[in-house]
Design a protein around this ligand. Sequence first.
Ligand SMILES: Nc1ncnc2c1ncn2[C@@H]1O[C@H](COP(=O)(O)OP(=O)(O)OP(=O)(O)O)[C@@H](O)[C@H]1O
Ligand SMILES: [Mg+2]
Length: 254
Amino acid sequence: MVRIIGIVSGKGGVGKTTVGLNLGAALAHHLKKNVTIVDCNVTTSHLGLYLGMYYCPITLNKVLRGEYTVEEAIQQHHTGLKVIPASLSLTDLEGIDVTEIRNSLRSIFDKNDVILLDASPGLGREAVATLRASDEILYITNPYIPFAMDIVRNQEIVNEIGVKPLGIILNMIHGKKYEMNKKEIEELTRLPVIARIPFDRNVHKSLALKVPVVTYKPNTLASREIIRLASDLIGETYEFEGALRRFLRKLRLR
Ligand SMILES: Nc1ncnc2c1ncn2[C@@H]1O[C@H](COP(=O)(O)OP(=O)(O)OP(=O)(O)O)[C@@H](O)[C@H]1O
Ligand SMILES: [Mg+2]
């Protein structure tokens, strides 16, 4: 049965889209699962942009307006990940009802192991619609009090709706003393921290190249943690290539 997982945060800019698309690429490319990621951040959509999909004639907006089927909106990414982008145009917000997202995806439920929903930040109408469309929630935060505090507020709504929080992904860790650590975040939010992704320049580089970091640099620290999280989520183990084997493979390529 498909798992519909919302990628959610209290504050904006914490890395939802980045972690979401990389989690999706890790599941699709490294773990060979059927995965679709949907840009539910319809007012400030970035997902297509981050994957180099600049012009997508059929978007989630058009599906929500009933102009096209959801199958027609799917873009196939070379990693195996399927992507449903939202429109980049504000005028395209007319006539769409974000509370219909889950219904609009029903026909692809049986074709996917996981559907990831990239949410907008905060607790506005759009963000709450994504919470309601999800079965499970992955919170993303940066290691600072206001960011973690917003998860506590978010949890009030998640509890009310009855969606299952899987835990917190701590992203963009610099390893400084003034950052909140795993234990502090867990005490504040009463949720487990299930992944710790460092601030990693390869994430920026991969975004500039419009490719997921988990395929661009699968052995960089951020990628390894995202791939580990992906395998944990589905209860499988992923064997990372050891340094020696990697070295030998590179030699053979030369
Ligand atoms: N682990 C990381 N290391 C370095 N840079 C990162 C990391 N994670 C995310 N970033 C960078 O942080 C910026 C914000 O990321 P992103 O757009 O994914 O956040 P978001 O939570 O989706 O934002 P919004 O709330 O606007 O939707 C991007 O420039 C991205 O490259
Ligand atoms: Mg985003």
